[in-house]
Design a binder for this molecule. Sequence first.
Ligand code: PLP
Length: 431
Amino acid sequence: MSKTSKSADLFAKAQQKIPGGVNSPVRAFAGVGGTPLFIDRADGAYIFDADGNAYIDYVGSWGPMILGHNHAAIRDAVIHAAQQGLSFGAPTAMEITMAELVSELVPSMEMVRMVSSGTEATMSAIRLARGFTGRDNILKFEGCYHGHADCLLVKAGSGALTLGQPSSPGVPADFAKHTLTATYNDLDSVREAFTAQPDQIACIIVEPVAGNMNCIPPVAGFLQGLREICDEFGALLILDEVMTGFRVAQGGAQAYYNVKPDITTLGKIIGGGMPVGAFGGRRDVMEFIAPTGPVYQAGTLSGNPVAMAAGHACLTVLIEEGNEKRLANTTKRLANGFKALADKHGIPLAVNQVGAMFGFFFIDQDSVTCYDDVTKCDIERFKRFFNLMLDKGVYLAPSAYEACFTSLAHNDKEIDATLEAADFAFATLAA
Ligand code: PLP
């Protein structure tokens, strides 16, 4: 019997009733082969699968678990909130507390609207930008992911200035044509789009550190350049901080890189593991949302009391003195350790790290700055590395196109064990 036979049985059963056996595609392990682990429980830096195996977890539920799993402060807050009632569909005092806290941590968010996912946050932010500017087109970057709204499931057409093409069946070409796609870290490609359509682009939406094509930080001046282009052409700048918010730094990537967006989108950490997203920004822009303004946006479970309690507890612990630095140091130690071990075994590897997110690329070049670079990586080598690490009890993101995350529960013991596993995995790849 294999070490993961219960997960294999569950996966076979799941596929009978759930498309692909999963409720979100990347969980199916298609990018790494083999059977996805079915998780029973999680605690601190560890997840435990249905067969009882423990793994050091660098996925962290794809970002929210920055305090570590099953943190007592979040658990207690959720239990307390649940005892008061699960949902009221009416305003609560905690929604004000949360909006105030978010504004304090991310000052560009002068007003905040809560939603239930990152997808809702970006979708609503784009509708708001279109409504506010009276323009239909938007600009995004190749390799950036902003959730699965129709206008964001778009890839570049055959030339930089051609109309966007749907990246999924079910997205009408008529919708996709309103989405222009530029190259990440290439301001010329952005300027070209704006020069061709000076009055038609409502907003730029960007991941300020791209985390959906592995981990790609902005090059010096890129985010500032986007700000300047938006100002010049009367477009809004949306920083999609669903992943980077509170992770790259307490004030998000906008604090780290000192750039002020018109609208910010948040998700993941702001819910502490419950389904939450948020968007917010300039007061005059946010007042364009219903009921103060004409742009419609709503949600039955928006500002849900249990989710707000979880998010509030998560942020309250996260911003305690010393945590931001500790997270960055832990992550840096891990990233540098990967690079040193790869060098030791003669495996070409590029590593990127910002705050508590990192990524590594099996590629023979020093820097990786855009999607084209990512596609040049040795995916087969990544798959082998992933499975070697998994076998040694380390759960990395199961795709070469995803960033990895650390948490406050990742201490020296976990980093040492991870590097020991990596030493073995790189040695095996080199053999
Ligand atoms: N934006 C970014 C940058 C993301 O990474 C994600 C999800 O990973 C989303 C938006 C969508 O968030 P959700 O999966 O909560 O809908």
